[in-house]
Design a protein around this ligand. Sequence first.
Ligand code: UD1
Length: 422
Amino acid sequence: MDAILVRGGAELNGEIPIAGAKNACLTLMPATLLTDQPLTLTNAPRLSDILTMTTLLQSLGAEVQPLQGGRVLALSSHDLTSQHADYDIVRKMRASILVLGPLLARYGHAEVSLPGGCAIGARPVDLHLKAMEAMGAQMDLRDGYVHATAPAGGLRGAVIEFPFVSVGATENALLAATLARGTTEIRNAAREPEIVDLAQCLRRMGAQIEGEGTSTISVQGVTQLSGATHPVVTDRIELGTYMLAPALTGGTVECIGGRMDLVAAFAAKLDEAGIEVTETERGLRVTRKNGPARAVNVVTEPFPGFPTDLQAQMMALLCTAGGTSVLEERIFENRFMHAPELMRMGAKIDVHGGTATVTGVDRLRGAPVMATDLRASVSLILAGLAAEGETLVKRVYHLDRGYERVEEKLRACGASIERVKE
Ligand code: UD1
């Protein structure tokens, strides 16, 4: 099994190109199921989660052709052969549930296994199912599968009011509503940039959508959608992760393709912590010049708030910040699994329920640590960059789900990091 070996202590200086967003690409790819014409996605990230979605779509009979080394994905659902999303693929990735809405909208039925994904809390899919029900679908849970059937004549436009914000459920509802009869209003919709990106792509395909990026999205259903070419939006989580690297080690890193509007709440916290973030012509430049960061309090929230997907990485920074920080995780239960691993590196962290109190120490010490999920794994790498001595991060298959060429990107800025076999 692969592991990542980090020798800490080097200041980072240089530039890091930011890839297209994994989470946007994972919701854009199932949009192919809505049309028999080709959909081309450019700026796609090269990640194992994208390969999993590729396998899932291919199992339904869709064509997914990676071009330019995977940077471009040419998709076609001209000849779909199946509406059955199998457990063996779905269990690897929770985002697989996103084929439900499109299959139901175009074919009137779907069988989708209940998903797996990162072990960060219960993560049910009840809101996805309720959204389909609101559009008239009959949902039957049997043998670990959702068996969904649209009413005769197809899904009907409806008012879908979510009790709380869900990115995935908003995406599934939006995908399905494009081909539903009549108007759908999605209330308490997620406002994440990935939703905006999906709406823009669907509009290119001929969908009639208004209000993406706000809490109410209106969709006027159309009878069919056409093909399109769409560039995947920049990955704001990869961006935030690499913005933290010089914040931990000192130095200056320019994140190419970075946009302030994607990470405003996060950048505001860095500023509060004494880390300088400036917009450049090509992206965002981050500098830590005067000693370690200052403690800050962080609460994770749906966009435009501080993203839960940057909480673990932010914790790595706060482990060596001056003073005591409080991190409150409000999106997922059980998302502090990186805390005990950071403590093995000498961090002082107290976790009580959804709150972690971090008291900064002068220096972390390298140690063998275990990645427990995608964002946790990269937080351990960040901590390793700032630690004294060697950190060996095990179980990095989590990392490969969401970060492309992480060791190359960091090495180019002067980090001592390599992939090793255990
Ligand atoms: C997406 C992102 C993930 C990110 C999360 C929150 C993708 C592929 N993944 O996940 O990286 O951490 O948004 O920003 O885009 N919930 C329910 N019932 C549901 C759906 C969700 O109770 O039917 C709960 C979840 O358990 C969680 C909260 O709602 O506590 C938010 O989850 P949601 O926004 O749906 O996250 P995902 O779409 O799974």
